[in-house]
Design a protein. Sequence first.
Length: 397
Amino acid sequence: MFFLLLPSLLLLPADCHIRGGHGPHMDVHRGTVSPPPSPQFDPSHSADVTALAGTTAILNCRVHNVKNLTVSWIRHRDIHLLTVGTYTYTSDQRFRALHMDDSDDWVLKVKYVQIRDSGIYECQISTTPPVSHFIRLKVVKPYTHILGGPDMYINKGSTINLTCVVEFSPEPPDFIYWNHNEKIISYDSDRGGVTVIIEKGDVTTSSLLIQDARPADSGRYDCNPSNSSPANLTVHVLNGEHPAAMQHGGQGTYTSSSLRNILSLLSVLAALHRVLHNRSRIQSRFGFLALSVASLSPSDPSEGSALPCPRGSQQEALLKGLLRWGSLRAGSYEALSEYFSGALMPPPPLTPFSEPPTLHLTAYPPPPPTDHISPPCPSPPPHGLQTHSTPTSLSPP
């Protein structure tokens, strides 16, 4: 039989190939065997996954040319083999392998995902050596908070503006509703003047606006998103007066005298910023952080002041703090604000002068950065800012 086939083989064209079923390709003319196409991952259909805690996560691995090879899923956190083919090799029943015949998709399904399920999952093909594609699973838990909490003080007759922020949510909440003292707020009630504005996106916000605030509007407000835990804030509507003492969590108690000192420092900061900015003599790099120079501490009943230094050292402490946060040039600057002149040169505070004073600044190299500004009292440090005032108006250098 072989001698009968041999002449026929010799008569075949030189470029003719003999192929057999699904096996390797045989090139008769060259006498070589070409390998089958190797498996190829499709990254566009094997992307990372972000899932909300408690939901089902679907990790898809698309592989072309798998043929008779095996696809496995491995969890990298503990190098645990989860599935081989369509068989599950873990006692955790939340994991399951899915695959349809004639499909290139190999799916790992994880039910009721938890934060600890986050990490790298490997889709591995049983080639020699094995080839893999890695997919990152990120399990997130939405976070809800109300800006300005936990307490907000509003003057009677003003507008209450509460903004609820929902972050780390794969999808915007379907709805957000507000409660006041555990009762759902009705936007068409007889009270009137109630508006809600919702902006959905990667970060969703819901703003509750209540016009013409009145004492009855005081109390606890809850923001309730559909896919996140609620957040709350307490509103205090005041009758125009300032409370004698306000308690803020972890910050100590500050008396009305302390508040006046803080307001004086605020006016100094604002006026000095305007002066130096308008005169183009400062590279402004400070803002509200400069307020930390006051080093607020629980009020001292004997002094009635929230500052660590005597009243006469307040201006030194403030200006040293400004030197910490900004770059000053030496020279003379005219005070443009009555509040500035009154707060800077007591007594009495907030009292205007007949002529705008001039603040003389002598700048030195700033000290090394520190986490908290706490200038010593009463003598200034070697690196600092020296100040004095005079009723004569001078031009800056």
